[in-house]
Design a protein around this ligand. Structure first.
Ligand SMILES: [Zn+2]
Length: 346
């Protein structure tokens, strides 16, 4: 089983069907419950924690799922799952009080995490690390252009979580390897940027893995550069190497729907989801798979070339060889009989 972008696409649709996942709404609660149900589809006993906090009198909730809790070294895969209450950048000013569907901004990263969780769960016994799948609330309600939610800042959920992270692991036995944040990873024309707060060695490695997989457009060798206030910063601030996989969302003709009502399923690409998921999946295999010489090598294209023949193909080839032998044998018999006939006539 490998990461499947079509599956991730359907998880975005599921989240959009729930409604607008705005902090403090029933839809936000329903979305958290949807994640729990999806992880329980993988394993009914999947370990999870609900991190409740209150901001601006609104009850919010981060959701954390843990894979391989017995391993001491932890990789955090993070995303926000709230969708923005107001489409503050919509070109039509009358839409700016309407909520953003958040297909890319929120639902895409969450969908990729759900699919990665399923894939890595199947290989959990070969992984030498613990993985956290961490979904943040209250990321996307800050102020751009004129307004967001009154007085709200960006990235509240991740900061609340990082401030209480000690409650979720044992610092004498466990430590953090890195944190990878996915934000707006499912839109058309995906091109990741060189995000400047990110730990450069970690982000460079993710770019290198993506390019090794052939995703040269998405992980450009000459990417745009910018510093983005995002959920990874809270983890950098507590000393965890962190990288933000994010696009140019402010001036991008290839995906111009940021904080508009057009951030919907029509501008989502299953290929973008596939590229993101397979790259993160491969990053994990490169660094944390046991016995690499005889284990799954993941998504590298050259592996396909080395595949042994499938049974179907083998049977077909054998049948073709038998058929050719019969034809040759018949040819020889006919020729010999012809020769005999000629000799008889003499
Ligand atoms: Zn946003």
């Amino acid at each position: 089983m490998q990461f499947n972008g079509d599956n991730a696409y359907s998880y975005i649709q599921d989240q959009l069907d729930i409604g607008f996942r705005i902090p403090g709404t029933q839809e936000r609660v329903d979305c958290a419950n949807y994640f729990i149900s999806k992880f329980q589809e993988i394993d009914n006993n999947f370990i999870y924690h609900l991190h409740n906090f209150t901001t601006h009198l609104v009850d919010c909730q981060n959701v954390l799922f843990k894979l391989n809790e017995d391993k001491p070294n932890i990789i955090i895969l993070g995303t926000h799952y709230d969708s923005r209450a107001k489409a503050t950048k919509d070109p039509d000013i009358t839409n700016r009080d309407s909520p953003v569907p958040g297909a890319n901004d929120g639902a895409s990263g969450s969908a990729v995490l759900l699919e990665i969780a399923k894939v890595l769960y199947n290989r959990r016994e070969n992984l030498s690390c613990q993985i956290w799948f961490l979904f943040f609330d209250a990321e996307d309600q800050g102020k751009d252009n004129d307004y967001g939610l009154d007085g709200w800042d960006w990235c509240i959920g991740s900061r609340e979580f990082a401030s209480e992270i000690d409650n979720y692991y044992n610092s004498t036995k466990e430590s953090f390897e890195c944190m990878i944040l996915l934000d707006m990873v499912g839109g058309d024309n995906l091109q990741f940027i060189n995000e400047q707060y990110s730990t450069s060695s970690l982000l460079n490695e993710l770019f290198a893995v993506g390019r090794q997989l052939g995703y040269n457009n998405q992980f450009s060798s000459n990417p745009e550069t910018a510093s983005i206030i995002d959920d990874h910063r809270a983890f950098l601030n507590i000393g965890i190497s962190s990288a933000d996989l994010i696009i140019n969302f402010w001036d991008n003709p290839g995906w111009s729907y940021h904080h508009t009502i057009q951030d919907n399923i029509n501008h989502i690409s299953n290929i973008s989801l596939d590229v993101t998921g397979k790259t993160v999946e491969q990053f994990i295999y490169n660094n944390y798979i046991k016995n690499p010489e005889n284990s799954y090598q993941g998504n590298f294209p050259w592996i396909k070339d080395k595949n042994i023949l499938s049974i179907d193909m083998l049977i077909t080839i054998i049948l073709i060889i038998i058929f050719i032998c019969i034809i040759i044998e018949l040819f020889i018999i006919i020729r010999d009989e012809t020769v005999d006939n000629i000799e008889l006539k003499k």
